[in-house]
Design a protein around this ligand. Sequence first.
Ligand code: SF4
Length: 458
Amino acid sequence: MNNSPITTSIFDLFKVGPGPSSSHTIGPMKAAYDFLERLRHLPEATGESADSIHVHLYGSLSATGKGHGTDRAIVAGLLGWQPESTDPVALMAMLKEPAVTYPVVVGNRTFDLGAEHIHFERKKYESPFANTVVFKLVANGNGLYEEEYYSIGGGFILRKGEEAVDQSAIQLPYKYQTMKELKTRLADHQLTLEQLMLANETAVTGRSTKEINLRIDHLLDFMHKAVRRGLRHTGTLPGSIKLRRKAPVLFQQARGLAQSSDSFLIFLNSYCLAASEENAAGGIVVTAPTSGASGVIPGLTYLAKHHFHYSKETLRAGMWAAAAVGFLVKHNASISGAEMGCMGEIGTASAMGAAFLTQCAGHSIEAIEAAAEIGIEHHLGMTCDPIGGYVQIPCIERNAMGAVKAYNAFLLATAGTPANQKISLDAVIKVMKATGRDMSTKYKETSEAGLALSATEC
Ligand code: SF4
């Protein structure tokens, strides 16, 4: 277990960037950008004889990187692009022509980077994390300078040698690592969850409450823009599966059935599918906590805003409850499909969504904990086996299923006395970590088993 207190910012958990995968698209893009910056600060003599840059992808980045657009993200990062300002159409157009190269400018040198410089390695590589990428500056086939990065889920990256980041410099007003500690701080200081989280966020980022609130509103705007685009866009998603978008169909169906008891669920399904289909098409989404799971919370928050008419303030409080759950899972297990299978992505998103709904409805921290616990408990062991390495099947429908489960977790948790829930959130996160560790790598975002083998791409 990581023994330092939680210092993740809400804006690192919820990040704006291009789909389809936070660990395979946003993380590698950030790593490539970081490598570019490091190259630019090297002593000139180091790179004088260099003739090329090579990138080696290992583990799940190699196994499903093609379908996830990892090669495009790497090129974009080495061109100096950042996830939040990426033009998704230009990104999707990259590497379409195998012969085309892209100019990577380092000082007065320009390196031509093309598909031939990005290597999807099949051999086993000793690494502490499933998603590893190694960048090399090369002269006549010999490495002059290299950096190794790990994409650890949700777009978070670590550079080799920086695995244990020293957090001691951050003076947190309310330290916690577990839900038990978080509840103790709330009780001791008589704070709401939102007040505590805001105080810690200010300590971590230096931002004022006003600025933080504005940025949360913007995150919700980005999420809801993805939902609205997905409700409009029709046709077939990119890739060899030729999967047709379904969100607009469901949306029209729900509108036609407005008086039916099914309509509420169909509306929710359409919102979740809309954001997920945008993600699969490489559109701009918000990691929640990952890109693969970027339909659950946008769908639920869209529902909360447009059907329940919750105020801005209520939605923000709900986002803090969701963030608290995401922080706890990230800190004590992992939110990466390559580490945990889909329980780490959709399971976490569903638990965060359940916490969001419970907070918005004004329930206690015990009810929020119970809802999140139920959300994770009923995703334990869920495999990650995307067909063809595309974030489409089962991912898109799975977002809708995760949101529906989140809603039911909220209903179950808020009936009776939530404090009587037998399993704690901390306990289920421990189980999640152990289950992820025991799960065969075939079921952790490698597309080597399960559903990925059961269907023919056509
Ligand atoms: S199956 Fe789940 S974890 Fe795997 S890529 Fe799809 S959404 Fe992500």
